[in-house]
Design a protein around this ligand. Structure first.
Ligand SMILES: *[C@@H]1O[C@H](CO)[C@@H](O)[C@H](O)[C@H]1NC(C)=O
Ligand SMILES: *[C@@H]1O[C@H](CO)[C@@H](O)[C@H](O)[C@H]1NC(C)=O
Length: 262
């Protein structure tokens, strides 16, 4: 009896969450968990959800960032954002979120997206994203490579990973040359990346019999396959600190690298 009940509520949950994910707009990008900016608070809103808090800020011209206090559902609107993370104070009750990191809803791509880039999200809706690398991301100027590591390892297979990156105005990362590999390698050495492997936007395309990036280019046109640990002609691509790339089975979940095109 107990089992049946649990199963029913699970199904109900699965059923409902389908609608929730369809109804939700872009995913909120948190710039810093457990931190807040202790300056330039100009308004405080109480009993408000995280998404609504971000929306309230986006609807005010001068709002650049928010501190969100989960336990109290409190939203502090800020008229400046921190110029670097050292300016933030540590407090595990807070999340710090800048508007620059968010995608914003647009009615139509063509009407207004000035100084920004228009993207179509997995929901089919058009959004405007900043044309610069958000402060939550890492940027290599020489490569023009702007990326965000998503450290949640349980939730993202290829499809859900693609959708998540798209919902934050990005795509699964494309790493066309070894320079990208060495840049990420350096970020691990400098403790800017927490793990030594991440899913990237490569897969084995069975139609053409080639390893391909999601932008259509071929992985081993520009990188010597024998340097990598890609042994089988099937599955998906993992970036790996030591192996450069590895193949892994379709459907497995992994951490992600999302790339913002700028
Ligand atoms: C920052 O926080 C401290 C204590 O947490 C407080 O005394 C100070 O007034 C705050 N500064 C600003 C500018 O709000
Ligand atoms: C595989 O390659 C073919 C030919 O270029 C292309 O039409 C197809 O979309 C690719 N498959 C995927 C899943 O992208």
């Amino acid at each position: 009896m107990h089992v049946v009940k649990e199963r029913t509520s699970f199904l109900l949950f699965a059923y409902l969450s389908q609608f929730i994910s369809v109804a939700s707009v872009a995913d909120i990008v948190i710039d810093a968990n457990g931190k807040f900016f202790n300056q330039s608070i100009f308004e405080t809103l109480d009993i408000i959800g995280l998404k609504q808090c971000v929306r309230e800020c986006q609807s005010r011209d001068d709002c650049k960032a928010v501190n969100y206090k989960r336990d109290d559902l409190q939203c502090q609107l800020l008229w400046t954002s921190a110029s670097n993370s050292l300016e933030l104070q540590i407090n595990d009750k807070y999340q710090y979120i800048t508007m620059e990191s968010q995608t914003t809803v647009l009615k139509k791509c063509t009407t207004s997206c000035k100084d920004r880039r228009c993207v179509r999200l997995s929901s089919g809706q058009d959004y405007c994203v900043a044309n610069s690398c958000p402060v939550s991301h890492r940027m290599n100027k020489a490569l023009k490579f702007c990326y965000l590591a998503v450290e949640d390892r349980d939730n993202y297979d290829f499809t859900t990973g693609m959708a998540h990156c798209r919902n934050i105005g990005s795509r699964l990362a494309v790493l066309p040359t070894l320079d990208y590999h060495w840049y990420l390698y350096g970020d691990i050495q400098n403790s800017l990346l927490q793990n030594n492997k991440y899913r990237v936007g490569g897969f084995f395309n069975v139609t053409i019999g080639e390893w391909q990036w999601i932008d259509g280019s071929l992985v081993f046109d520009t990188i010597d396959r024998t340097l990598t640990d890609v042994n089988d002609d099937e599955g998906e691509l993992l970036w790996h600190k030591l192996a450069i790339f590895r193949d892994f089975d379709i459907g497995r979940t992994e951490r992600l690298l999302c790339e913002r095109i700028i």
